[in-house]
Design a protein around this ligand. Sequence first.
Ligand SMILES: Cc1ncc(COP(=O)(O)O)c(C=O)c1O
Length: 368
Amino acid sequence: MKYKRMPIEMEAPEGYGYDNIDCNLSESSFTDQRLSDLGISLEDIVLFYGDHKGKPALRRMIADEINISGEDVLVTPGAAAALFIVATSMLDKGDHAVIAKSNYATNIETPRAIGATISYLQMNFDNGYQLDLDALEKMIIPNTKLVSLTYPHNPTGVLIDEDTLHKIIAIIEKKKTFLLMDETYRDMSFVKPLPVAATLSKRVISISSMSKSYGLPGIRIGWIVCRNQELMDTFLAAKEQIFISNSVVDEEIAFRYLINKEKLFAPVKQMILSNFTLLKNFMEQQQVLEWVEPQGGCVCFPRIKKEIAIDTRNFHEVLLNKYSTYVGRGHWFEEDGRYMRIGYSWDKTEKLAKGLSNILKAIEDSAG
Ligand SMILES: Cc1ncc(COP(=O)(O)O)c(C=O)c1O
C-alpha cells in the first residue's frame, strides 16, 4: 500500500478549526448531535472487546429493517473502515476496478494506494451526472474485481432509479464481477429510497453509516451488508486484523439511536428538506452559479458558470479569509475550482443563508 493524504482530509474543517469558520458549508452530514439531543445517557457499560462482527442486537436491528439475516451484517468503525476493508479484500496490485468519478475521495484513493488499475466512470455536469450503463459494461474486463458506485451520490446528491439499479446488477452478474455500493446517504433520499443493493444479489456489497443522516460521525459506526458468506469471512478477517472489534461504547449509542430512529430521524429529515427549499430558492434567484439539482443527501455540487472569468483560487481564498465561509473545494473531488460542494444541513439555517450570500460576494470580488 502506498498511502497519500487526500486534500479533502488535509483541508478538513476540523483541522482548520471550527471556531475559525463563521459559515461552515463544507460538511457532508447533518448537524453533529449531542448525546443529550438524543435523550441518551450512558450508565455503566462493560468495556470489553465485544462481538467481532458487531453487537448482535445492533446487527439484527440493521438486518431486520431490510429483511436479511444478522449474519449478513458486519459492523465497522464508520463507512470509511468498511470501504477500506472491502477495497483491500477485493483488490490486489494490478487488479482492475471501475470507479465512478467524482466520488467520495476514499473510494478512489484506497484502490489507488493498493496499486489497482482503475477505469473511471466519469460523471459529467453537462449530462446531469447520469450514469452511462453502456460505458460501464464496456469498462468491465475479465480482470475487473470491483465496480464502485455511490448513491445518493457525494458530492452531487444525484440518484439513480430502481430500474437502473436492477440494470447495473444485471451487468455485474453477467460479467461475474462485484459491485461495491456506498449507500451512506440512503436515508436522506428525497424520493423513496432505493433498495439496499446487497439485498438484490450476492455479488453486491452495500456500505452504510451512522455518520451522515443522523449526524453521528463521532461514534464511528458503519456497516457492510453482503449475502456472500465467503466474502463476509474475508471482511471479518480484515476487520479483526485492523480493529478486532468496534468500540462497545459507540455500538451502544448506535443501538440506542436506531431503537428510536423513527422519532429521532423525523425532525432531521424535515430540517434537511426545509434547508433544501432555502437552497433551491437561492439557486433560482441568482445568475452566477448553475447546478444539477440533488435528489437526496445533504450536499450539492454547483459550479460557477463558465462564461464568468474568475480566478478560482482567489475565489476560495476570499470566501474563506474575507467572508469566513467554507465550502468543499472542487479539487477535493479532483474537479476544477469552479465547482464547490455545498453542505446545506450541517450549519444553522441562518448560517446557510449567510454563507450562500457570501459565495455570491466572493464571486463578485474575484471575477475579472
Ligand atoms: C459517500 C461516503 N462514504 C463514506 C463516508 C465515510 O463515512 P464514515 O464517517 O461513516 O466513515 C463518507 C464521508 O464523508 C461519504 O461521504
